[in-house]
Design a protein around this ligand. Structure first.
Ligand SMILES: C[S@@+](CC[C@H](N)C(=O)[O-])C[C@H]1O[C@@H](n2cnc3c(N)ncnc32)[C@H](O)[C@@H]1O
Length: 203
């Protein structure tokens, strides 16, 4: 088991997931993480939203792995490789093998947005769901301002009332611009940790 994170403020993610579970009490919830890596963010979202698999929560992870070479930050001088390779993907798959509510889309955000524009499908307990309104999104893929805005807009257009979006590494992108884009979708700023920034949509 190597479910680790590469950031901090995971307590913010857990606390908001727990709160949302109460707010969405008997409703089916859809949550997402962009940039999954070893999976700590996704694991916490699942643990704190519904402690046991209930059929009322589905989670999507979006991450291409594949040792992609890209600009990680606005200030990156050149595209770089991280450690998001096939070995990490294999380890991740083992660690999450027993999470039926989790679907990994091994895709970039671009491809996911194109293919799942109208929602993601889930099958559970004789039911078929096509869900496209996100209650919680952890945005933690590429951290360039343009990438963050692209992802924020896609998910904000598909967000449930009262949704919470958590942005990792907020000091690395233009946070005032991202906040202002989110405000135009009815989100307000809730708090900042050292790394994570929380915004919530009107309920
Ligand atoms: C900072 S790590 C994610 C950390 C993880 N959320 C955690 O809490 O430990 C960034 C991840 O983004 C992924 N990534 C890179 N480009 C991406 C893209 N265009 N769309 C989605 N994910 C991407 C990388 O493969 C990598 O696993």
């Amino acid at each position: 088991m190597t479910i680790e994170g590469d950031s901090s403020d995971y307590d913010l993610l857990s606390a908001h997931a727990e709160q949302l579970a109460k707010r969405f009490k008997d409703k089916v919830m859809l949550t997402a993480e962009v940039g999954v890596r070893k999976g700590l963010g996704s694991k916490l979202i699942m643990n704190y939203i519904r402690p046991n698999y209930s059929g009322l929560h589905f989670h999507v992870g979006i991450d291409p792995y594949g040792d992609l070479i890209y600009h990680h930050y606005d200030k990156s001088k050149k595209p770089e490789k991280g450690d998001y390779n096939e070995d990490m993907l294999m380890e991740f798959k083992k660690d999450f093998a027993e999470e039926p509510r989790f679907q990994l889309y091994q895709l970039t955000d671009f491809s996911f947005m194109e293919k799942y524009y109208y929602g993601c499908e889930f099958y559970y307990d004789n039911k078929h769901y096509v869900l496209n309104d996100y209650a919680l999104v952890h945005i933690d893929g590429p951290h360039k301002t343009t990438d963050v805005i692209r992802e924020a807009v896609f998910f904000a257009e598909r967000s449930a009332p009262g949704a919470v979006f958590i942005f990792d590494d907020w000091k690395k992108f233009d946070a005032p611009v991202v906040r202002s884009v989110m405000q135009s979708y009815g989100f307000k700023f809730i708090s900042n940790g050292q790394f994570k920034m929380v915004m919530e949509k009107d309920g």
